[in-house]
Write a protein that binds this ligand. Structure first.
Ligand code: NAP
Length: 368
């Protein structure tokens, strides 16, 4: 019998470096390929579920956990020239009445607020102080702002009214003390024209309060650009760290925001929801409602987020527990939606702002 012809060996497969690799049985090769496909699919599933998990944590109110492009997070704090970090959202307590302001402060601290915006003239500092002290939150973990009322601008009156605020708040220092209005007027007397026009003596006394450790930062409120320039033309030891002014959808303050950025002055927005008289109208603005619907946020959260995204502190007031909680949950609006609200806020007709000049019988306009 003729022996079977020997089949020639196939040449071994050659790799890129020209070295020969031993050949493998066909079934083992198939198994490897199948294993690789399964591994890749498993990896992709793990990656996708990871992304969904992260988006759920980072974007809790995103409709359906949808991931928006270019989302950046909002600042939780701003750093002042002193190096102190001021929380970007505060609970405002103007018009927060007796037996309700303390509860609002308690709710706020539980909800995560660490910034209370008050004033001597709000006449509720004692109740705010009691709530702060019984909360168990450490003093150094809460930012407390108070304001110097118009009747006490004369240097000799400042320390005693500050001490009164400190005693009522139950603390030995304020994080921030502001000149409440650019009007120096002792009770029952005509306003002091010289001190109103140039509050340098008032400011020097405030600087002394910083040196004494009773106040950590000083600033102003309701100052327009002219008044800011007048004050800072003096040889100040400490420049104003903050200017607290009305800023809302109705009073967007574009010029002042630009000036403040150029001059490293932090703004704080009061009446950010339009105050009691206009909050309903603000929350019904079509753009606000549309954005809220799109992002699964409430209209108030959209407005408060928009404020922080514009680069300043925002001070919404509420004594309603659910609203206090609601208002602290802010997050960045996607750029296109932010622009949509910014355009709407800066292109409507001008609205009147809070201006007590007439009510206080002044012969000048505070904002001139
Ligand atoms: N420096 C100054 O001269 C000056 C002047 C004005 C104000 N401020 C400061 O700024 C803070 C805020 O200003 P503001 O009180 O005039 O106005 P705001 O915060 O714009 O509006 C407060 C009003 O909005 C309501 N509200 C709050 N959250 C809401 C929500 N999520 N949904 C629906 N309604 C809501 C409040 O009702 P409820 O309380 O009933 O919930 C209240 O009627 C003041 O408390 C004060 O600290 C400073």
């Amino acid at each position: 019998m003729k022996p079977a012809a020997l089949r020639p060996y196939k040449p071994l497969p050659t790799d890129v470096e020209g070295q020969q690799k031993p050949s493998q049985p066909r079934s083992r090769g198939l198994k490897r390929t199948a294993f690789r496909i399964v591994a890749v699919v498993a990896l992709m599933v793990m990656l996708l579920s990871g992304v969904r998990h992260v988006s759920r944590i980072a974007l809790p109110r995103c409709k359906g956990g949808r991931l928006y492009q270019n989302i950046t997070s909002l600042p939780s704090h701003y750093t002042l020239p002193s190096g102190d970090k001021i929380p970007s959202v505060a609970l405002g307590v103007w018009q927060a009445g007796k037996n309700e302001v303390g509860k609002a402060v308690e709710t706020a601290l539980k909800a995560g607020y660490r910034h209370i915006d008050g004033a001597w003239i709000y006449r509720n500092e004692a109740e705010v102080g009691q709530a702060l002290n019984k909360s168990g939150v450490k003093r150094e973990d809460v930012w407390i702002t108070s304001k110097l009322w118009n009747s006490f601008h004369a240097p000799e009156d400042i320390e005693s009214t500050l001490d009164d605020s400190l005693a009522k708040l139950g603390t030995d220092y304020l994080d921030l003390y502001l000149i409440h209005w650019p009007v120096a007027q002792k009770s029952g007397k005509p306003y002091d024209k010289t001190l109103t026009e140039n509050p340098y003596p008032t400011w020097q006394k405030l600087e002394e309060m910083v040196e004494k450790g009773k106040v950590r930062n000083i600033g102003v409120s309701n100052f327009n650009i002219r008044r800011l320039e007048n004050l800072t033309a003096n040889p100040l030891k400490i420049r104003p760290a903050v200017n607290q002014v009305e800023i809302s959808y109705w009073v967007p303050q574009v010029e002042l925001i630009k000036w403040a950025k150029e001059h490293d002055l932090l703004l704080e927005a009061y009446s950010p929801l339009g105050s009691t008289g206009r909050v309903g109208e603000t929350l019904a603005v079509p753009e606000v409602k549309e954005i809220a619907q799109e992002l699964g946020m409430t209209p108030a959260q959209v407005v408060i987020s928009w404020h922080v995204q514009r680069g300043y502190v925002v001070l919404p007031k509420s004594v309603t527990p659910s609203r206090v909680e609601e208002n602290v949950h802010v997050r960045a609006l996607p750029p296109a939606l932010f622009e949509k609200l910014e355009t709407a806020a800066t292109s409507h007709k001008p609205y009147p702002r809070l201006n007590p000049s007439r009510g206080w019988g002044l012969d000048f306009d505070i904002f001139d």
